[in-house]
Each structure stands twice: as C-alpha cells, then as structure tokens.
Ligand binder design. Structure first.
Ligand SMILES: NC(=O)c1ccc[n+]([C@@H]2O[C@H](COP(=O)([O-])OP(=O)(O)OC[C@H]3O[C@@H](n4cnc5c(N)ncnc54)[C@H](OP(=O)(O)O)[C@@H]3O)[C@@H](O)[C@H]2O)c1
Length: 285
C-alpha cells in the first residue's frame, strides 16, 4: 500500500512546519508549499532524511489570483496526487479598519479565504474518494469565535474558515475521509511580528503555545475526525465562553486586547487605536 500524500500550505515556517513534521511522522508523503523556496527545500530534505517519506517542495504565491490553480497544475505535472489537504497558509494585520491598507486587507481574503476555498474545491473529490486515507485540515484560529475590532478582516476570515469547514465535516459523513478545523490561540511563530499583534496588549496576555504542541494536538484531533480542534485548555475555555457572552461585552474586550501595549505613541500604535483603555482580557487570536 502506498503512503497517502498530504499537501501542506504555509510550510516554510511556524505552524506549517510543525504540521508537516506531524504528517511525515504519521507516514504521509508530503507536498510542501509557500513562497520561500529555500526554506521549503530545506524542510523537504530534512523530513525526507528524518522519516523516509517523499517530500516535494513547490514554491508559489497562493494569494495570487492564479496561485492555487498554478500549484494544482504543478502537482499534476509531477504526477502527484493529494489525499490530505492541510490549508494552513494565512496572515493577519492588526489595524483599525479606517487606517488599514486596502490591498493588505484584500490580500488577506485572497489567502485566508479564497485560496483555501479554491484548493479545497480542487481536491475535495479526491479527498472523499480516498476515504479513510483522505482528509482536510483547515487552519482557522480562536479568533473565529467572535468578531475582532482592530483586526476585523482577519477575525472574519477565520470565522469563514470555521463555518466552511464544519459544513464540509458534515458533507464528508459516511465517506471515511476526516475533516477538522484547527483553531489555535497565540502560537510561537512569525505570525505576530508579521501581523503587528506583538505591539498590542494581546502580546502580554500569556505565553504563546509552541508550534510543535499545537501541531501535535491538531494531528491527534484530525486523526480522530474531530470537527473543531481548539488547542490548549485556556483557548478551549475562551472559545466555549465567547459565543455565550453578550456580544457588546466581547466586542469591548477584544478591542481592549488589541490596544497598543503601554499606550505607546508610535505611528504603528496610532494605526491600531486611539481611545481604548481597557485591560487585556483573553488570549484570543
Ligand atoms: N501564530 C499564531 O498565533 C496563530 C494563531 C491562530 C491561528 N494562526 C494561523 O495559523 C496559520 C499559520 O500561521 P503561523 O502562525 O505559522 O504564521 P507564520 O509563521 O507567519 O507562517 C505563515 C505561513 O504562511 C505562508 N504564506 C504567507 N503568505 C503566503 C502566500 N501569499 N502564499 C503562500 N504562502 C504564504 C508563509 O510562507 P511564505 O512567507 O514563505 O510564503 C508561512 O509559511 C495561519 O493561517 C494563521 O492565521 C496562527
């Protein structure tokens, strides 16, 4: 029996690297993609040497309009198939909507939502046909459980991913294929520097989880076909609580959490907010 093949997006750093390691450890051949060809090639070589799986690196920009289609064409041209799709690539941008960069907000939708949907649509038939060898693991966030003032598009994009994935979990019922939505809270990676959340009070709300721990919980949940996998006890509690609390309370709490650390007067801090003075409340991201 050949090994199933898992396509992991965003596999050049952070959670994607850790997820690739988990799937390799569990006996999957890998297709790794992100924009950074050098990092991908290094990881592919390391994982092949460590685990004996076949790891193929294909670099590309998934936020480009033709990105997902081009990736699928490259995969087909190499004679590879996809049994498991791990839609992990994504980014955030901490900014008041009025002060935000329009292209960046739209780029977030292109990557976090559009590319994820397109890749899922391309590979869904083969995932279902693969039965118990097949699966879909979409990476959302604990930010999927409530709206996110001062990071509105990111939170909304992750709410989309959660809703979409739960629907597909139901549609896959009976096929044997597994479907899970991973919802990590703050996790060690380049995310917070790239998103600017390192400048917010969120950064003071507790230590981020190691990416390897997040990936282990993700893989275990996926293997058990758990519809939603929230990593860490505190994140699970917040994800359970947030939808039950009055919305205005939650909106205020998130807004307070996204306020600049220490009330700094930098241009970057002013981009975030001008008038929020509430304490950090929850470790939502
Ligand atoms: N870290 C957290 O606290 C946290 C919490 C909740 C959810 N998440 C989610 O977890 C996922 C992984 O994030 P991370 O924390 O590992 O962040 P990260 O370290 O910044 O990694 C993001 C990955 O996405 C790839 N990527 C970004 N833009 C891309 C593009 N246009 N085309 C293709 N690949 C692209 C990056 O590779 P290149 O730059 O090489 O393209 C990188 O491999 C994201 O969906 C994020 O929203 C993270």
């Amino acid at each position: 029996m050949t090994r199933p093949t898992a396509l992991v997006t965003g596999a050049s750093r952070g959670i994607g690297v850790a997820l690739a390691r988990e799937f390799a450890g569990a006996g999957h051949d890998l297709i790794l993609t992100a924009r950074d060809a050098g990092e991908l090639a290094r990881l592919a070589a390391d994982l092949s040497a460590e685990t004996g799986v076949v790891a193929t690196a294909i670099a590309g920009d998934l936020a480009a309009a033709d990105g997902p289609g081009r990736l699928a064409a490259d995969i087909a041209a190499k004679g590879l198939g996809v049994d498991v799709l791990v839609n992990n690539a994504g980014f955030g941008d901490a900014a008041a909507f009025a002060a935000s960069d329009r292209d960046k907000q739209l780029g977030m939708i292109d990557l976090n939502v559009r590319a994820l949907v397109e890749l899922t649509h391309i590979y869904w038939p083969t995932i279902l046909a693969a039965g118990p060898r097949g699966g879909l693991l979409n990476v959302a966030s604990t930010s999927a459980f409530q709206p996110g003032p001062m990071m509105a598009i990111y939170f909304a994009s992750k709410a989309f991913v959660l809703s979409f994935t739960e629907a597909l979990w139901e549609e896959a019922r009976g096929s044997g294929a597994r479907v899970s939505c991973l919802c990590p809270g703050p996790t060690e990676s380049d995310f917070r520097l790239r998103a600017g959340t390192d400048r917010t009070r969120l950064a003071d709300a507790g230590a981020p989880m190691p990416a390897a721990v997040v990936a282990r919980e993700a893989y275990d949940g996926f293997a058990a076909n758990r519809r939603v996998v929230v990593t860490g006890a505190r994140n699970k509690a917040m994800a359970t609580l947030a939808p039950l609390l009055p919305r205005t309370l939650v909106l205020g709490a998130v807004r307070g959490m996204m306020a600049p650390r220490g009330g700094g007067g930098t241009a970057a801090a002013r981009r975030l907010t001008r008038d929020v003075d509430s304490p950090p409340v929850s470790p939502i991201l």
